[in-house]
Design a protein around this ligand. Structure first.
Ligand code: CLF
Ligand code: SF4
Length: 490
C-alpha cells in the first residue's frame, strides 16, 4: 500500500519558489474564503480540522466513512437501497459492509497511511441510527483505539431523539441530519414511507412524524452542545421554493451549518425520482438558491456528496486502495508523523490567511463592477496547482469588489489521459463551465486553451502554485493595469 509522506509537497510550490505577494497594500485581516476565524474559539477548535464543517479544512484534512449501517427506517424517493444513502453519498454500491471490528482495522490502516486523516464518519449505506447497535459499537471501539480522530454521524433523524445520550456517551461531536422539508405537505412528496412505532406509515402522517422527530432531535443535540449540520436535497418543483423555510427553522434551533445538495437523479439508479423523470437542479439554480439564503445562513458549499465508504480528501476518493483484503495485519500509526502534518498545515494556513488579506485589497481595487465567476483547477492546499487536463472538478469563485468568495465546484471528466486529450470530454467540460469568465490553472495545452478562448473564457496560467486569492489578485491587477495603459495610449 502506498505510504504518504508528511508534507504538502504535492500542493505547495517547489522548494525555493515562493509564491509572490499580490500587491503591497495591506489588507483588513479577513480570512480567505472559508476561513474559520469568524466563529467563537470553542467552536473553531471543533471544526478547524473537519473537512465538511470548514471549507478551509477540506483543503488539508481527510475523512473516512465506515459502512457499518446497512439498514434504513424510511424510504426516500431519491434512494434505491441497492445504492448508497443519498443523505451522504453519491449513488453507487458500497464495495463492502463492515463489522465494527473490521471498521476499526480499516480506520487504523488508513490513519497509518494518511497522516491527514482527521475524521471518521458513519453515513450509511442505510441510516446510522436505524440499527444503532453496530454504529455505537464502532464509535466506542474507535474512541478507545484512536482517540485523536473526530467522530461524525449522519442520520435521517427519525430515531435521533432516542439516542442523544448514546451520541454524547460515544464522544460524537458532529451530527448531520438530512431534512428536506418542514411542511408535511412538501415532505409527503419526498418520502414513500417511514417505519415508526412498530408500523409502516405513509402520506401526511409519516411526514408529520418524521419532521417532528427531526426538529426535536436537532433541538436536543444543540442543547447538548453537539454541532449540527443539516443536509437538504434540492428537488426542483418539490422543495426548492421551501428550503428557505427549512433554513430558518434549523437555524432557529441552533444548527451550525446548512448544506443544500443537488438531487442526483438517474433512471439507471432505479430510484422513484429517477424512474419518474424528476430532474435535479442545474448549477445555476443551486447557486441562485444559495445566494437567496445569503451569507448569514452559514452554508456549506463544498460538499462532494460522497459515498458511504469514501476515504481521503473530499472529491478525491481513495477507498479502492483500502479494501479489507488489502489491509495490513498490524498497521502502525506514527503519532509524530500526524503531529508533524498538523504543524505544517498550521503554517500553511497562516501563510494563506496573510496572503489572502493582502490579495483582498487588490481584488477590491481591480474587480469588475459586476461579479464574475472564476474556475480554478486545484488538487488541494487552496492553491492553483493542477494541470487543466488532470482536473476532475473546478473550484468556482465569485469575484467582485467585495473580494473572492468560494461558491462551489463543478465536476468534469479528466480531459487528459495517457498524454492525449479527448475532444468529447473537452466539449462536456465547456458545458460544465457555462457562465465562467476565466479559468485559472497551473498548466494547459494548446488545444484546450484555444477552445476555451473561442468559448469566451479567459485562460490564466501565469500564477501556478499561488494561493487562489493571490492568483486572482495578480491576474486582475495585471489586467487592470494593462487596460489603463491601453486607454492612456489611445
Ligand atoms: Fe462524512 Fe458527513 Fe461527517 Fe463529512 S461527509 S458523515 S459530515 S465526515 Fe461531507 Fe461528504 Fe458532503 Fe457529507 S462532503 S456528503 S457533508
Ligand atoms: Fe436511502 Fe438514506 Fe433515505 Fe434511508 S435515509 S432511504 S438509506 S437516502
Amino acid at each position: 500500500m502506498e505510504q504518504k509522506v508528511v508534507s504538502l509537497d504535492s500542493i505547495s510550490p517547489a522548494p525555493g519558489r515562493r509564491a509572490p505577494s499580490a500587491c503591497s497594500t495591506g489588507g483588513c485581516g479577513t480570512p480567505p474564503s472559508g476561513g474559520t476565524t469568524d466563529v467563537p474559539a470553542h467552536i473553531r477548535q471543533k471544526i478547524e480540522s473537519h473537512p465538511c464543517y470548514s471549507e478551509e479544512a477540506h483543503h488539508f484534512f481527510a475523512r473516512i466513512h465506515v459502512a457499518v449501517a446497512p439498514a434504513c427506517n424510511i424510504q426516500c424517493n431519491y434512494c434505491n437501497r441497492k445504492y448508497d444513502c443519498a443523505n451522504e453519498s453519491r449513488p453507487g454500491v458500497v464495495s463492502e459492509r463492515l463489522t465494527p471490528e473490521q471498521a476499526v482495522r480499516k480506520v487504523k490502516a488508513v490513519a497509518a497511511a494518511m497522516p491527514n486523516l482527521s475524521v471518521v464518519g458513519i453515513a450509511g449505506p442505510g441510516d446510522a441510527l436505524a440499527d444503532y447497535r453496530h454504529t455505537f459499537a464502532t464509535f466506542r471501539l474507535l474512541r478507545e483505539t484512536l482517540p485523536d480522530l473526530t467522530l461524525c454521524l449522519s442520520t435521517n433523524g427519525l430515531a435521533l431523539p432516542d439516542h442523544i445520550d448514546d451520541i454524547r456517551g460515544a464522544g460524537i461531536d458532529h451530527v448531520t441530519v438530512t431534512m428536506n422539508a418542514v411542511d408535511p405537505h412538501v415532505a409527503e412528496g419526498i418520502y414513500a414511507w417511514i417505519f415508526w412505532d412498530h408500523a409502516r406509515r405513509t402520506g401526511l402522517e409519516a411526514a408529520r412524524i418524521l419532521i417532528e422527530r427531526q426538529l426535536q432531535g436537532i433541538e436536543m443535540l444543540t442543547a447538548a452542545g453537539i454541532l449540527v449540520k443539516i443536509n437538504s436535497v434540492m428537488i426542483p418543483g418539490v422543495n426548492d421554493g421551501h428550503l428557505d423555510a427549512v433554513n430558518a427553522a434549523v437555524k432557529e434551533r441552533g444548527a451550525f451549518l446548512h448544506n443544500v445538495m443537488p438531487l442526483i437523479s438517474d433512471p439507471a439508479h432505479g430510484t422513484h425520482y429517477g424512474l419518474t423523470g424528476q430532474r435535479g437542479p442545474t448549477a445555476v439554480e443551486l447557486k441562485a438558491l444559495q445566494d437567496r439564503l445569503g451569507d448569514g445562513a452559514r452554508l456549506m458549499k463544498h460538499c462532494r456528496q460522497c459515498r458511504a465508504d469514501a476515504v481521503g480528501l473530499l472529491g478525491e476518493d481513495q477507498g479502492a486502495k483500502f479494501g479489507l483484503e488489502q489491509l495490513p495485519e498490524n498497521p502502525e500509526i506514527d503519532p509524530e508523523k500526524r503531529a508533524a502534518y498538523r504543524a505544517i498545515v498550521e503554517k500553511e494556513r497562516n501563510d494563506r490567511r496573510q496572503e489572502a488579506a493582502e490579495a483582498r485589497a487588490a481584488i477590491r481595487r481591480w474587480a469588475p463592477p459586476e461579479p464574475i465567476l472564476v474556475a480554478v483547477s486545484s488538487k488541494g492546499g487552496g492553491r492553483v496547482n493542477q494541470h487543466f487536463g488532470h482536473a476532475r472538478e473546478f473550484q468556482i469563485f465569485e469575484v467582485s469588489t467585495a473580494g473572492a468568495r468560494f461558491s462551489g465546484h463543478r465536476r468534469v471528466d479528466r480531459y487528459c489521459s495517457g498524454g492525449d486529450g479527448e475532444d468529447d470530454v473537452l466539449e462536456a467540460t465547456l458545458l460544465a463551465l457555462d457562465g465562467i469568465s476565466a479559468v485559472l490553472t497551473a498548466k494547459i495545452g494548446r488545444c484546450p486553451r484555444q477552445r476555451l478562448s473561442e468559448a469566451g473564457i479567459t485562460v490564466v496560467d501565469d500564477y501556478a502554485f499561488d494561493y487562489v486569492e493571490t492568483a486572482i489578485a495578480r491576474w486582475l491587477s495585471a489586467r487592470g493595469i494593462e487596460e489603463e495603459d491601453t486607454a492612456r495610449i489611445a
